[in-house]
Write a protein that binds this ligand. Structure first.
Ligand SMILES: [Zn+2]
Length: 169
């Protein structure tokens, strides 16, 4: 089932999400909705707060569903390791139409439960490391604009406010 994606400016995106106590059928149903919503957007990642669910889980698929076996469902993810730095253009489904160059780790290792409740270790470099950092940031109420400095951040925030005033956000 598709869920509406919450946009920048909503409190849902700035609150810290709560740990998932147990991976139940109800949790799996939310994860399925997140995958459907991510593919439909289309996007390569979506965190539960982006559909208004304040739980620590996210989904990532760098192929946007085009290649089998690339879907990652992460419940209670946490970093085990992060190293290096990369600078690339990045966007967010909660900030449609905006991108910015964001500093991210070049490599990230994450421990999480999968949709069956089994613990997994996911290691990513390049785009996957970036996606892991971006989605885990969402669980702590951080968006990519929050990682920008000064004028770069101001320009985006001002444009969003203008769209809000025009009723286009
Ligand atoms: Zn995002």
């Amino acid at each position: 089932m598709l869920r509406p994606i919450v946009r920048y400016g909503s409190h849902d995106l700035t609150a810290a999400a709560q740990p998932v106590a147990e991976v139940t059928d109800e949790v799996r149903a939310i994860l399925d909705d997140m995958v459907d919503t991510m593919y439909a957007a289309p996007g390569i990642g979506l965190a539960a707060p982006q559909i208004g669910v304040p739980l620590r889980m996210c989904v990532i698929d760098l192929s946007v569903g085009k290649r089998g076996g690339e879907l990652l469902t992460l419940v209670n993810p946490e970093f085990v390791e992060r190293s290096g730095m990369q600078l690339e253009e990045e966007g967010c489904l909660s900030l449609p139409g905006f991108t910015a160059t964001v500093a991210r780790p070049a490599r990230a290792v994450v421990r999480a439960l999968d949709r069956s409740g089994t613990e997994r270790i996911i290691e990513g470099t390049g785009l996957l490391a970036r996606a892991l950092q971006h989605e885990l940031d969402h669980l702590d109420g951080t968006l990519f604009v929050d990682r920008l400095r000064g004028i770069k951040r101001e320009v985006i925030v001002r444009k969003v406010r203008k769209l809000q005033r025009q009723g286009k956000w």
